[in-house]
Design a protein around this ligand. Structure first.
Ligand code: PDD
Length: 280
């Protein structure tokens, strides 16, 4: 039973897993999530992911029904049961199941769902050739640091990107770049590598943090600073980071070539050291 699910204590095949139609995740998007991957036996920065899950839960006043240690046990068991080399782990916690009223239900137990599937790497061609992105207005709420289930603006933006032949959409709020629909963005401008600062308008990616640390460790000048759209057009390199994309070169923005129109050296270097870190 390789594609498996855990639903508040019960294991089953994903196809057999069920939650109530009155689950608040289903009716209100009232919940939070994490997407984690493994590199072989190693779960990528599990503790950072669990800390972010706890932080998101706290922000929306959900008390997790499991401790971090218990969640870790369930995650490791799920990986073993599913038996994949590289596993894609999805964790979702909702406020629970109750008759539909906007206000918080009085007595309710949060629903914890996890799914375990094979992690499918991106096609090599995308990495070698780089991807196109578009920009789109950031119509999301002002608490994007919460990894909330309310992903409709992200879903719409990603679809808009795909329909225009691009891979990802990056959001622009009040003239400033925030992040991608499911990734963080970095720009190489002169000698500096810049990414928008942590705060309420971006999800602080675990991969983003790893890349910030790796760049510093390798003597690159990297910083968190506001970026505006015109700066992206004149950047030598752009790249995306995230659990699914790792470090992915961007070669076009809104149809305009970035830098030389092919993946840049700093991006390639960071991808290489990122991969090395996962292998050692
Ligand atoms: N999303 N920003 C947004 C809006 C995201 O949804 C994600 C990840 C990231 C990158 O975060 P991390 O490096 O921790 O994966 C940034 C996941 C992959 C998703 O929703 O599927």
């Amino acid at each position: 039973m390789p594609n498996i699910a855990f639903v508040s204590g019960k294991w089953s095949a994903i196809s057999a897993a069920k939650v109530s139609v009155e689950d608040r995740g289903f009716q209100f998007g009232d919940g939070i999530y994490e997407l984690i991957r493994t590199y072989g036996d190693r779960v990528f920065h599990l503790h950072e992911h669990l800390s972010r899950l706890e932080a998101s839960a706290k922000e929306i006043e959900i008390t997790l029904p499991y401790s971090a240690a218990q969640l870790e046990k369930i995650i490791r068991l799920g990986c073993r049961k599913s038996g994949y080399t590289d596993t894609k782990i999805y964790i979702q916690v909702t406020r629970g199941t109750a008759p539909r009223l906007h206000s918080f239900p009085k007595k309710v137990t949060p629903t914890v769902v996890m799914t375990f599937r094979a992690f499918e790497p991106l096609p090599v061609k995308l990495r070698e050739e780089g991807v196109a992105i578009i920009s789109t207005p950031d119509i999301r709420w002002a608490r994007c640091n919460v990894k909330s289930l309310n992903l409709l603006p992200n879903v719409m933006a990603r679809e808009q990107a795909l329909r225009s032949g691009a891979f990802e959409a990056v959001f622009i709020r009040d003239g400033k770049v925030t992040e991608g629909a499911g990734s963080n963005l970095f720009a190489v401008i002169g000698k500096k590598i810049i990414t928008p600062p942590a705060g309420p308008y971006i999800l602080c990616g675990i991969t983003r943090e790893v890349v910030l640390q790796l760049a510093k460790k390798n003597g690159l000048e990297i910083m968190e600073k506001d970026l505006k759209l015109p700066q992206l057009y004149s950047a030598q390199e752009l790249f995306l980071t995230g659990t699914t994309v790792e470090v992915l070169p961007v070669i076009r923005l809104n149809g305009r070539a970035i830098g030389a129109g092919r993946p840049g050296e700093k991006t390639a270097f960071l991808y290489r050291v990122f991969q090395q870190q996962q292998m050692t």
